[in-house]
Each structure stands twice: as C-alpha cells, then as structure tokens.
Design a binder for this molecule. Structure first.
Ligand code: NAP
Length: 312
C-alpha cells in the first residue's frame, strides 16, 4: 500500500544496509516525492545508480542535503560529527535532521553543536539489522515490526518528532522515544554486549591450533554458528559502537563477569540446581521474546524470519 508523500525531498547520506533499506521501504510506500542519496565512495555511488532505487545519486554530502526536508545520516557513528559539521551550513531551514546510529549519546554530543537553529534534530536508531552491509544488502521489509527508538533532545519541536515518527511507522517500525543515555544502557545489554561476546568466542576458536580450528568450522553446532553470524557484522560499525558506548558496555560487562563467575562456581561445585534454575529463567526470556513477536520460534533460531519479520 502506498501513502501520500510525507516529505518532498528526503536525503540519505550513506547507502548501506540501513540507508538502502530506508530508501527501498520509503520508495515502496511513496513517502517522499524525491529521494536523493550519496555515499562516500564512487564505487558505492555507481552501484546505487545502477540499482535505480532512488531518484538521484549525487557526489557530495552538501549536494545531497540541498533543499531536503528530511536528512538521515546512515553512516558509522564515528562519522556523524564530521558529516554534521560539513552539511550544517547547507541545511534547509525547517528541515528535520536525523541519523540511524546504534549509539545515541555520542551522536548527539558530536552532531548537535554543529546544527544551526531552525533545523530540527531528531536522532533515531532502528533496532533492526543483519550481519550484511553495503548497497546490495538492504531490503524494504527490514523495519517491519521492529522498534525504532527516537532520542530527541529536550525542547525539540514536537511536530518534527511526530513527522519522523510517522515516517518510521509508515515503513513498518514501532516507535518509542527515550533519552540518549537510557538508550545506550538498554542497547549495551541487548545488542552491544552480545556482539562483544560473539567477537570474543569466535576469536578464541580462531586462535586454537590449526587442526582444532578447522574442526571447529567442520563440526560447528548451532550455538557456535549463531555466534559466527553475529561476529561477521561490519567491523567499522562495531568498532565505532564500542568506542562510543564504552561506559555503558563496560558497566554491563562488569555485571556479566559476575554472573559468569556464579555459573562457573556452580559448575565447579556440581550445583545442578543452580544451573537448572538459571537455564529455566533464561529459557523464559527467550519464550517472552517469541511471544511478543520479536523473533520466531522456527528451528533455525529465527534467522530466516529475522530477515523477513512477520507481524504477530
Ligand atoms: P554499511 O552497510 O556498512 O553502510 C555504511 C555507509 O556509510 C556506506 O554507504 C559507506 O559508504 C558510508 N560510510 C562509511 N564510512 C563513512 C565515513 N567515514 N563518512 C561518510 N560515509 C561513510 O552500514 P550500515 O549497517 O548501513 O550502518 C550504518 C549505520 O546504521 C551505523 O551507524 C550503524 O550503527 C547503524 N545501524 C546498523 C545496524 C546493522 O545491523 N547493520 C542496525 C541499526 C543501526 P561507502 O560504501 O562508500 O564506503
């Protein structure tokens, strides 16, 4: 179903998994009269032009934001500050400027000082993704039934927040607002720490002796395979996440280490009851996630359905 355009011109800076998915979804829903995009490298820009998903591909960030009513930075967290500085003088008065970064405190810290009065800054984080990246990796259903968290600074124009909320809702997301710090704490445990653990386990397996490590690949069971999928996520994106959400991740890591010690102790002491109770509690959390439609109970650990989420 298409909707009346919410925006005349939408500019997407960066066209990878997230930018490409926004473009595909917004186009499918008719949310913008014109979608303009740019990417850092000529190679990506050429590929985007070839894909024919957007109305115009331009060479520079400054050209992209010209007369745009909505500008979304779809680039790594660490690049948001410098790009905000570059485009700030060229933003249309009254425009909404947003991003999709997985960390919010640092993005607000780095972008806000550059933005002129008269544009509306509404940071956002769609909590949806895959381990793939680049211009071919996006798909229009990525955000369906997934959360998009908005973290508008205090005093942001309510109409601008509502308009961005309407945009994300139209491409299938459920929208919630919270403070950047709260976002960073929640995501530290639900996303950032799990990635850190996956990167660690897969790295550890890789450092085993050559014979053993080839056996790890050959006999990789579901648990290890799922870790390898997460550990295949984009290195630039995740480097920036850990550099920019350091405090919250370190806090969660402290709690995690304490809990790991408790389980280690239970195992060493042969305390089956403690292990059983813990695993029963965690099983209930998994069931809860499936019940609220945030994953599927399909036996492949929901991988297929995560790529094409269905409404509950
Ligand atoms: P991606 O597929 O790797 O695409 C990144 C895009 O940013 C590319 O167009 C790239 O251009 C451009 N870019 C990279 N470095 C840049 C720089 N220094 N300056 C300007 N442009 C730069 O990444 P993605 O997965 O879409 O992630 C983009 C953002 O979404 C990140 O902030 C990430 O935290 C957030 N996010 C990701 C996920 C996920 O699961 N992947 C989920 C939610 C939010 P070239 O192709 O020309 O290099």
């Amino acid at each position: 179903m298409t909707t009346a355009p919410l925006f005349q011109r939408v500019a997407l800076i960066g066209f990878g998994l997230i930018g490409g998915s926004i473009a595909r979804a917004a186009r499918a829903k008719g949310l913008a009269s014109e979608i303009v995009t740019t990417a850092r490298s000529p190679k990506t820009r050429a590929r985007v032009a070839e894909l024919g998903i957007v109305d115009r591909v331009v060479e520079t960030n400054v050209e992209a934001v010209k007369d745009a009513d909505l500008v979304i930075l779809c680039i790594p967290v660490g690049a948001c500050g410098p790009v905000a500085k570059e485009i700030a003088p060229y933003l249309k008065p009254g425009a909404i400027i947003s991003d999709v970064g997985s960390v919010k405190g640092a993005v607000v810290r780095d972008m806000a000082p550059h933005l002129p009065a008269g544009v509306h800054f509404v940071p956002a984080h769609p909590v949806a993704g895959t381990e793939h990246s680049g211009p071919d990796s996006g798909f229009p259903e990525l955000f369906i039934n997934r959360w998009c968290i908005l973290t508008p600074p205090e005093g942001t124009d309510a109409a601008a927040v509502d308009k961005l909320r309407a945009f994300w809702t139209a491409i299938g997301a459920k929208v919630e607002t919270m403070t950047p710090d709260h976002h960073d704490l929640v995501l530290a445990i639900t996303s950032h720490l799990p990635h850190l653990i996956a990167y660690t386990i897969v790295g550890t397996a890789d450092e085993l002796g050559e014979v053993t490590s080839s056996e790890v690949m050959k006999f990789s069971a579901g648990g290890f395979r799922d870790f390898t999928r997460i550990a295949a996520s984009d290195p630039t994106m995740w480097r920036d996440v850990f550099l920019n959400n350091k405090d919250a991740v370190l806090e969660m890591l402290g709690t995690f280490n304490e809990d790991l010690s408790k389980l280690t102790r239970a195992m060493r002491r042969g305390d089956g009851e403690a292990l059983f109770d813990h695993f029963t509690r965690t099983r209930a959390i998994r069931r809860g996630i499936v019940e609220i439609g945030q994953d599927s109970a399909a036996p492949d650990f929901g991988r297929l359905s995560a790529a094409t989420p269905k409404k509950p």
